[in-house]
Design a binder for this molecule. Structure first.
Ligand SMILES: Nc1ncnc2c1ncn2[C@@H]1O[C@H](COP(=O)(O)OP(=O)(O)OP(=O)(O)O)[C@@H](O)[C@H]1O
Ligand SMILES: [Mg+2]
Length: 493
């Protein structure tokens, strides 16, 4: 018996012992439930040969026997149909584990158990169906659909460890790199765990920068309406303590999506209120965790990391090459070599890949080859907005000059620039004194903003810098006139 089968059997045993009342489903019951789920995920019900394979596997029959009693060849069933069938079943009923011929019956039975145990209240949250009767309560807004999710296995495992150990975890990365999608996938996985590590998961987008009062009241309303107790109508200092007490008494995972704005509020009083709240969660709460997604790791949190508080972060980059390729195929593109080129150009950024795939489908009939004949780098409106914002007002003069220098170097064929070269060349080009610490601080900020890419040479131990092609293109084209707009640098002399 392989480990998957064993694990699946354990899950099943635990479900039965917890519920103690569901009879084992028949194949037809399981088929009805799973057909629905598959239809929902891929927009197409199970086909006749797929059902034959599932029924045969349920009855422990070999492919040769299944084929004998059917109009299909064994080759077609085993290689043509089954491979894709296991993929879609893994996606819909696998809950983090691979479904195959040997274990499919267990997963089908589990799917029926889940279906029966499901509370109607939570079914509206796509992909977040509770896994056992010992439900995690999912409150708040709706996480995005992640039915077409690829890769991120390592990141998910790191994230799970981080949220178990720390009271506040930041998920950071460039625009469109997949922070929100990863957080949604994390919920799905936690929810499918045998022993849940949280009692409540609260999903809240804070992109609209709610006032601190609204933020606290909304959270309390969510929590207490789920407990059928009245929420407080008025915000007082005590309500913040109520929220903290709640997070002390329960194991909550509070996910604040797109939380950059909370750390950049202009209103100082509001900024301080949020800061104090985050501090209290970090210092006073033991079994709950705050998961923040944002593009830049805020200085306020960095101070807490330096002070040794239970705060951590995970910076994510693009999808790994294979997952990015699979993602492009799912968007309708085909040519492996050319798709690999796209993955390199866009550094595996799923939003950029999705945007370019849409354009290739629209303008080039899905031919990546034709698209790549015209040397061009397109980028999404999100990336353009992020770069406009950076060059418009976020970057200081030294940071701006570093970006321009790196872009020009790449244009003349020098892909990577090391620290010393950068320091010397900038001094020469700008004819001004730049200290090592100034350059380090400037590079740290650019890295935090995901504007530069770094590479540590394992032999020389020297750090090298470059830009993503789309960022380089933005700088050289300067579409909004923001890159070169600023006055000569005023670096400390
Ligand atoms: N692992 C993945 N597999 C497939 N698609 C993905 C993956 N990660 C992200 N995507 C897709 O890429 C797009 C951008 O992802 P997402 O919104 O999570 O990015 P983000 O980092 O949160 O961006 P922002 O900084 O703007 O909030 C979405 O359409 C999402 O579905
Ligand atoms: Mg996001």
């Amino acid at each position: 018996m392989d480990s998957n089968t064993l694990q699946a059997l354990n899950v099943q045993a635990s479900i039965i012992s917890q519920s103690g009342r569901h009879a084992m489903p028949t194949f037809d019951e399981a088929l009805a439930v799973v057909d629905d789920l598959v239809g929902h995920t891929r927009g197409k019900s199970l086909s006749e040969p797929e059902i034959l394979i599932m029924r045969g596997s349920w009855n422990n029959r070999e492919f040769v026997e299944i084929a004998e009693d059917s109009p299909y060849s064994i080759n077609y069933l085993q290689r043509g149909v089954a491979t894709r069938l296991w993929e879609i079943l893994t996606k819909t009923i696998g809950y983090g584990q691979r479904v195959n011929k040997k274990n499919v019956r267990n997963f089908l039975e589990q799917a029926v158990q889940r279906h029966h145990g499901q509370s109607a209240k939570y079914t509206a949250i796509e992909g977040l169906k509770p896994s056992t009767e010992n439900l995690i309560k999912l409150l708040g807004g709706q996480p995005p659909d992640i039915s077409n999710f690829y890769g991120r296995t390592e990141e998910l495992s790191t994230l799970k460890k981080l949220i178990a150990k720390h009271r506040c975890v930041s998920l950071i990365g460039a625009a469109g790199i997949g922070k929100t999608a990863l957080a949604a996938k994390l919920i799905q996985e936690i929810n499918a765990e045998h022993r849940h590590s949280f009692d409540y998961i609260i999903w809240k987008s804070v992109a609209h920068t709610p006032s601190f009062q609204d933020f606290v009241n909304e959270l309390l309303t969510l929590i207490y309406s789920s407990e059928s107790e009245p929420a407080l109508a008025q915000f007082t200092k005590a309500t913040v303590s109520m929220l903290i007490s709640y997070m002390q008494a329960h194991r909550c995972l509070l996910i604040l999506d797109e939380s950059d704005s909370l750390f950049n509020i202009n209103n100082l009083e509001q900024k301080l209120e949020y800061k104090l709240f985050f501090r209290r969660v970090i210092e006073e709460v033991n079994h709950s965790c705050l998961l923040l997604t944002h593009r830049v790791f805020p200085d306020d949190l960095e101070d807490l990391v330096v002070a040794g508080r239970p705060v951590s972060y995970l910076k994510i980059k693009g999808l790994d090459a294979n997952s990015a390729l699979q993602f492009l195929y799912s968007q309708g593109l085909e040519n492996e070599e050319k798709c690999s080129e796209l993955v390199q150009i866009y550094y595996g950024n799923p939003l950029e890949l999705k945007t370019v795939a849409n354009r290739i489908n629209h303008f080039f009939g899905g031919s990546t080859e034709k698209f790549l004949e015209n040397k061009t780098t397109l980028f999404s409106s999100q990336l353009q907005a992020m770069l406009d914002q950076s060059f418009g007002y976020l970057l200081n003069e030294l940071q701006r000059q570093i970006m321009i220098y790196l872009a020009e170097e790449i244009a003349v064929g020098s892909q990577w620039t090391n620290f010393n070269n950068l320091l010397n060349e900038l001094k020469r080009k700008l004819q001004t004194y730049i200290s090592t610490s100034e350059l380090i601080l400037a590079l740290e900020t650019l890295e935090k903003l995901s504007l530069i890419e770094t590479f540590n040479d394992p032999n020389s131990k020297i750090i090298n810098f470059t830009l993503q092609p789309a960022v380089k293109k933005y700088i050289l084209k300067d579409p909004q006139g923001l890159v070169h707009s600023s006055q000569q640098m005023a670096i400390a002399s």
